[in-house]
Design a protein around this ligand. Structure first.
Ligand SMILES: Nc1nc2c(ncn2[C@@H]2O[C@H](COP(=O)(O)OP(=O)(O)OP(=O)(O)O)[C@@H](O)[C@H]2O)c(=O)[nH]1
Ligand SMILES: [Mg+2]
Length: 476
């Protein structure tokens, strides 16, 4: 299979004259794109957070174990998009049909030799495998193809490392990278020292110049120490976020979280609903740090809308672990807007991949998952026949285009309905001394009856659960 080597064009979708924060961030990101041919690697293996994989010209390799050929090719195209997002140029892709990956070398030995020929013919410096390989598989395959071999997990971690901007995001990515590297230290040491000796593959010293056992042991200890420190730091940042969330809950502002597959248009939807001007990029994992914006329903009620990191098939477990505090904030929202790219070839699989990650996060949380609303985006770009089929399969979903704004008014109405549905009905008599509570009921709820009695104001209303608990003392 041939794959295009064109880098994904990063294009702006904002049309206003003044650059938004997202535009500026995009400019910065594109101006910092990796320059081909320059190595950014550090030699100290423990400097994980600053380290970027040296990915330049790559060949992709995948093992196709189940599903149709179209699925296998879609998976390779996604791997190519990931590689390009990481800044590399994809020269070629190979898929092998097999019951399961080869235990020793991932690809079978015949295919591995063929891969070596492709690498040689194209002059590639890296092979990226579409899966998570064991440290032994990585080393064994490197010995055959004689260039650096990395797996999908390392690639995704590299993209996250490039895109992290906040202190918390950077700490979370570093933690995930270290977790991944710990059992692979020897392999990495070999790859590093081989590169130090010249262009990869130009010498026969593979495996001979790895750091000695003592160095590896020291490195391991230092990495473990840094991981413990990072976990403490992330925990501390989480508590400050918990405080903010508690304040919001006290103030009764309902929270809606946007979740979805990477590149589905989550940030675009946040912009369409709130004019937030956040970064939109045709790249995978453009957003890592959660952005929360105030938004208003048509009836004037306020809510907050959070956009956050996208998910992908086989999201590395190290990342789910490291980003748990960010993800828990999302899964503790009142409503989830699950955004799906309606123009994707396999939207139902995107939906499943996202639900799996959410299940993983929710399982360790006390509260159940919030109610979900499916939002099928990019209807302007979707194939009409596929779209009609999707409408039949997902009758409850809302179909929109963040670009043309088609369906956005309807989406607003549905959000309002969902937030009302989580409200509870109360019948209370609020003493005249608590005029503040009466104002809150009006601001946050929907009042169906209001009379003035001798002791206070009698109100029947639908209010958010937290306000209902404040009102419990005045119930009739
Ligand atoms: N045709 C079309 N393209 C869209 C629409 N919404 C978003 N896009 C494009 O899809 C790409 C991804 O949009 P983003 O909003 O950055 O997607 P995201 O889900 O936030 O992506 P990550 O943060 O990377 O996970 C961009 O190139 C957008 O311009 C839409 O309604 N129609
Ligand atoms: Mg985004």
């Amino acid at each position: 299979m041939e794959l295009s080597g064109e880098p994904i064009p990063a294009h702006q979708s904002s049309h206003r004259a003044d650059p938004s924060a997202g535009d500026l961030q995009l400019e910065e990101r594109t101006s910092l794109r990796r320059v081909r041919g320059l190595s950014t690697e550090l030699t100290d293996i423990t400097e994980v957070e600053y380290r970027q994989l040296r990915l330049e010209e790559v060949v992709l390799a995948g093992v196709w174990t189940s599903g149709s050929a179209a699925h296998a090719e879609a998976s390779m195209r996604e791997l190519a998009a990931l590689a390009e997002t990481a800044g590399s140029v994809v020269l070629e892709g190979l898929i092998q049909r097999r019951d399961k990956p080869d235990a020793a070398t991932y690809l079978g030995s015949g295919k591995a030799a063929e891969l070596r020929e492709v690498v040689e013919a194209t002059g590639a410096d890296t092979v990226i495998c579409d899966g998570e390989l064991t440290p032994a598989q990585l080393t064994a395959l490197e010995k055959i193809v004689k260039v650096k071999v990395i797996d999908r997990t390392a690639l995704i971690l590299d993209i996250f490392a490039q895109h992290a901007t906040s202190r918390e995001g950077k700490a979370q990515v570093s933690l995930a990278q270290m977790e991944y590297m710990l059992p692979r230290l020897r392999g990495w040491g070999e790859a590093l020292s081989r590169q130090a000796g010249g262009r990869a593959g130009s010498n026969g010293g593979v495996g001979l110049r790895g750091p000695g056992e003592t160095k590896i042991e020291t490195d391991r200890r230092r990495i473990r120490e840094r991981m413990a420190k990072l976990r403490r730091e992330i925990q501390a940042m989480k508590s400050s976020r918990d405080t903010k969330r508690a304040r919001r809950q006290r103030n009764q502002v309902p929270a809606v979280a946007i979740v979805g597959y990477t590149n589905a248009g989550k940030s675009s939807l946040l912009n369409a609903l709130t004019d937030a001007g956040v970064l939109v990029q045709n790249a995978l994992f453009a957003t890592l740090d959660p952005t929360t914006r105030r938004a208003e329903l048509d009836d004037g009620r306020e809510y907050v809308l959070t956009d956050t990191v996208g998910f992908v098939r086989h999201l590395p477990t190290q990342l789910v672990e490291a980003f748990r505090s960010t993800l828990e904030e999302v899964t503790s929202a009142d409503v989830l807007l699950h955004v799906v790219d309606g123009s994707d070839e396999f939207p139902l699989e995107q939906i499943n991949a996202v639900r799996q990650v959410i299940d993983d996060v929710v399982r360790e949380q006390e509260a159940p998952a919030p109610p979900e609303m499916l939002v099928i985006n990019k209807i302007d770009a979707a194939d009409p026949v596929a779209l009609a089929k999707l409408r039949r399969t997902l009758p409850d979903a809302v179909f929109v285009s963040a670009h043309t704004k088609a369906g956005i008014p309807g989406l607003r109405t549905r959000i309002a309905e969902m937030l009302t549905r989580t409200d509870v009905e109360v019948l209370v008599e609020v003493p005249y001394s608590r005029g503040d509570l009466v104002s809150r009921i009006h601001a946050e709820g929907t009042v169906s009856l209001e009379t003035h009695e001798s002791e206070g104001t009698r109100i029947r209303a639908h209010v958010p659960p937290a306000l209902a608990s404040v009102l419990v003392d005045y119930g009739l």
